[in-house]
Write a protein that binds this ligand. Structure first.
Ligand code: FAD
Length: 412
């Protein structure tokens, strides 16, 4: 079968890879000059089943309200005239019941765990260098009460098979000596030893090379303008370089996905939630982080990619604006410097902002809707790098008419 994959982020490229492995003739189109230059470019790099908790939790309405009146460094909710934001927010709030939050978290955890196993298979078959770090992820807390609440909260995932180790301050410093000078700021933490991290953009570029070598036609610099359909089938995709046709189409356009489906009468509930990251060379600094950590009090994530450190933070409602100012990075720089004063050359940080393609239930959209040959693999939100490998395999199995390894019911 000839399959056209729309979008060259980590989701599109992993999808193209899995489809090629199944023997399909695959073409991938991406508007930018290279793959992984949009949201997949600057994320925290965490492959984090241990971070599968949905944002649409019972605490979320209160956190959103609070951020309207109090300046918050982690969440910046702004009222806007955009009706899409209101419609999305309403759907999001409807997912914030304890029962929905628990069900969605467990579903997400299942996809994340499966995805990690697919990643391992991919790497066994086609090694890709991406500064992988398999040292686990430490989720740490700054006071005893939050630590206890975090441990209780983590039971949802622990009961679902997530391996966790509760570490006291001294045990954290023994495992991560570079945190020694900041030990007084840390009450304790939860280590998820099977979680990992690595540079998502580097992986995506590497996997795109593997795809090319396997015969996938990866076409960058091609913008999709419209999806054309007749009856229950897509008949072609109009691009700025002419019409492209295929037997099946996979839509993986991240935050842009709804704009291409709306003319088809399909309103995808994906809204952008902005985040910021800094990539900092370690240079000759002597105490860089060795393992990936998430500071649960500040919601700042810090990962080590080879000779670089990536620091990420913030969830902001800012529409489709990806601009950034130095002030947006002040808080996360302070947090990183306080934790790792000799960790990296903070004066040489490269700054970036990107948009998480969030759905109200925080689950990706996987499967088919109205058109029998249009498949969706999009809306991966805040852990799309984590879930991409598995969701790509699921879509490939669906297109191939094979049973999927985990249930996909309800994800379309
Ligand atoms: C600050 C931040 C931190 C994050 N940290 C993590 C993390 O630690 N772990 C994790 O798992 N996830 C993380 N994420 C989430 C993750 O980055 C995303 O879920 C993931 O990158 C989404 O991938 P995607 O392929 O769906 O979207 P994208 O990477 O945006 O890919 C979509 C592609 O479609 C292309 N496109 C759009 N419109 C068109 C068009 N008309 N024609 C052709 N091409 C088009 C775009 O150019 C883009 O390349 C983070 C995100 C942010 C913002």
């Amino acid at each position: 079968m000839r399959v056209l994959v729309l979008g060259g982020g980590v989701v599109g490229v992993t999808t193209a890879y899995q489809l090629q492995r199944d023997g399909h003739e695959v073409v991938l189109v991406e508007r930018l000059p290279d793959v992984a230059q949009d949201t997949s470019a600057g994320n925290a790099g965490m492959i984090a089943p241990g971070h599968s908790f949905v944002w649409s939790s019972p605490r979320a309405p209160w956190i959103l309200l609070k951020s309207l009146v109090l300046p918050d460094q982690a969440l910046r909710f702004k009222l806007s005239a955009d009706p899409r934001m209101w419609s999305w927010s309403l759907k999001f709030l409807m997912q914030c019941t304890p029962a929905r939050a628990r069900a969605n978290t467990l579903r997400k955890h299942q996809i994340a765990v499966y995805s990690q196993s697919v990643l391992q298979q991919t790497l066994a078959d086609d090694p890709v260098a991406y500064d992988r770090n398999t040292g686990g992820i430490l989720y740490f807390y700054r006071d005893a009460a939050s630590l206890q609440a975090g441990i209780a909260h983590m039971q949802i995932l622990a009961e679902d098979g997530q391996h966790i180790e509760v570490l006291e301050r001294a045990q954290i410093v023994a495992r991560e000596p570079s945190l020694a000078s900041a030990a007084g700021q840390i009450a304790g933490g939860i280590l998820c030893p099977t979680d990992e991290s690595g540079d998502c953009a580097m992986f995506t570029r590497g996997l795109a090379e593997v795809c090319r070598a396997r015969g996938v036609n990866v076409r960058t610099g091609v913008t999709v303008q419209a999806i054309e359909a007749a009856g229950d089938a897509v008949t072609g995709v109009r691009t700025d370089q002419g019409m492209l046709t295929a037997d099946a189409y996979v839509l993986s356009l991240g935050c842009q996905s709804p704009f291409l489906t709306r003319p088809l009468g399909i309103d995808l509930p994906i809204y952008p939630i902005k985040g910021y990251s800094m990539t900092i060379p370690i240079g000759n600094h002597r105490a860089p982080p060795a393992m990936a950590v998430l500071d649960e009090a500040n919601l700042v994530a810090i990962s080590r990619f080879g000779d670089r450190v990536r620091v990420t933070a913030t969830a902001e409602f800012a529409g489709y604006d990806t601009s950034h100012r130095p002030a947006d990075f002040a808080h996360m720089t302070k947090v990183a410097r306080d934790l790792y004063p000799d960790g990296a050359d903070y004066t040489r940080a490269e700054m970036w902002a990107g948009l998480r393609p969030m759905t109200p239930d925080n689950l990706p959209i996987i499967g088919r809707k109205r058109h029998r040959n249009l498949w969706y693999n999009t809306g991966h939100g805040h852990i799309g790098w984590t879930m991409s490998h598995g969701s790509a395999r699921l879509v490939a199995d669906l297109i191939g008419g094979r049973p999927t390894a985990i249930p996909v019911e309800g994800l379309a």
